[in-house]
Design a protein around this ligand. Structure first.
Ligand code: PMT
Length: 435
């Protein structure tokens, strides 16, 4: 367990105690800055081993390789912007950063910093780099920060961190043998060879879901419109597409629904992509010239990929049988005051698309949805269960989405006798219907 220098270091004592109570052997490593916030003696008293702080001068000749090689999991709580940057850059400047480079164990980062720092593009890039390399993140959430400020950057609560650690220790292969298809990015519908109708999707949420599924052992095929801007997560195969029609063909081919395609063995489809509902009816073969005047753009409807797949596997209506893959759709909504609540909009989309789960985000809220490093969602399923994920990193949202999908896979006996997964914490039991 690494502890770096932020005010949230005081919570490291509680995390350490809970990990030990859960049966883990905890070897704490504190940075110099961490020791300004938390006493070494406190952590040593709670942990399984005394605190280590230095690369040099200890009785162990090579402490970082000893720690790195024997760890089953490295948890860094709190993780400051500095340790994220140092680790992303591959620099070993102290015992903790050297241990991080010397381990092949899963790494769980629990960032904690001020909102401005968390949202700084350099930090966001480092988080994206580490995520791509398979590093897992829990939090940060939104709440009170050092100095009484409020905002994103508050370290996840100790119980959330301990649950994520337990999951990583027990679940790194829980989706092994299963195959998943994820779509990511916004489709681009050509107007002419240089212009297109598009949207603001960056693909980050879809990539985070693909990374989470791969980290849990699934074979993941990522159908993406942003392969040129985002690096594929480790172990994930990509299929590059541009338009909704290309995405439809790729999804159908993966699921064995296309004309002449092989029978699909896909267990899970997650449609995170922002698919354009309309496309220009007749894209021009050559670049339109200004001199030709303002063109009237005639649009035609694109096929609804998720609804087609839902219909193919007969999710909707009475008697709909849960065959085929678990279908997860997203819903990008802009909730109006006095209008329907996000959860109701999500339920409407569940029916309209014939999906098993809908993950809805209110993209009119700050830091939510398109292009941001963070998201806030509600997840609804056909049994009436609802989970809320408050504003968190897209990686944390991905973990909650995969938890919910995995629970449905388990209910359908698709986890090959492996232990069931929990629904995300706030997944409520089905509500009683009003008379
Ligand atoms: O990519 P990021 O910058 O990380 O942003 C993430 C996101 C905001 C794009 C993501 O969280 C999200 O909300 N994705 C769905 C966007 C969307 O198209 O929502 P929708 O409500 O229009 O569509 C509902 C569902 O139907 C989606 O699963 C969509 O993939 C699917 N759909 C929509 C239209 C269509 N023609 N075919 C579809 O399959």
């Amino acid at each position: 367990m690494g502890v770096t220098g932020g005010i949230a270091a005081y919570k490291a004592a509680e995390i350490c105690r809970r990990l030990v109570d859960a049966g883990a052997i905890v070897s704490p490593v504190m940075t110099t800055a961490a020791r300004r916030f938390l006493g070494e003696a406190t952590l040593s008293a709670l942990a399984s081993e005394p605190v280590r702080t230095k690369l040099w001068g200890s009785a162990e000749p090579i402490p970082h390789t000893l720690l790195g090689q024997r760890a089953d999991l490295v948890v860094v709580a709190p993780a400051t912007a500095r340790i994220l940057g140092v680790y992303a850059a591959g620099i070993s400047s102290d015992l903790l950063s050297a241990t991080l480079l010397a381990t092949r164990a899963p790494v769980l980062m629990c960032p904690a910093m001020h909102t401005e720092m968390w949202e700084n593009p350099a930090v966001a890039d480092n988080v994206a780099t580490l995520t791509r390399r398979g590093v897992r993140f829990v939090g940060p959430g939104v709440g009170r920060l050092a100095g009484g400020d409020l905002g994103a950057g508050r370290m996840a609560e100790p119980d959330e961190i301990v649950r994520a650690a337990a999951r990583l220790l027990g679940a790194s292969s829980c989706l092994e043998g299963l195959s998943a298809v994820v779509t990511a990015g916004g489709t681009r519908e050509p107007i002419d060879p240089v212009r297109y109708v598009g949207n603001r999707s960056s693909g980050r949420q879809g990539y985070a879901i693909a990374a989470e599924l791969a980290a849990r052992g699934a074979a993941v095929r990522l159908i993406t419109t942003v392969a040129s801007t985002l690096e594929a997560p480790r172990g994930v195969d990509t299929v590059e597409v541009e338009t909704a029609l290309e995405m439809l063909a790729a999804v159908e081919a993966e699921l064995g629904l296309g004309v002449g395609s092989a029978p699909g063995g896909t267990d899970l489809l997650v449609m995170t992509a922002a698919v354009a509902d309309f496309r220009p009816a007749r894209p021009a073969g050559e670049k339109m010239k200004k001199a030709q005047g303002i063109p009237a753009l005639e649009l035609v409807a694109n096929p609804d990929i998720l609804a087609r797949v839902g219909a193919a596997f007969k999710r909707g209506g009475p008697g709909g049988s849960p065959t085929g893959p678990v279908l997860v759709g997203f819903a990008a909504e802009t909730v109006r005051p006095g209008g329907p609540a996000l959860v109701d909009l999500a339920r409407g989309k569940l029916e309209a698309k014939g999906a098993d789960l809908i993950v809805a985000n209110d993209v009119s809220l700050p830091s939510v949805g398109f292009g941001h490093a963070t998201n806030a969602v509600v997840i609804v399923d056909r049994a009436g269960r609802v989970a809320e994920v408050p504003l968190s990193s897209k990686e944390a949202v991905a973990a909650a989405v995969v938890d919910a999908a995995q629970a449905l896979l388990a209910e359908r006996g698709r986890l090959c006798g492996r232990p069931d997964r929990d629904f995300p914490r706030d997944f409520a039991p089905p509500r009683k219907k009003d008379n």
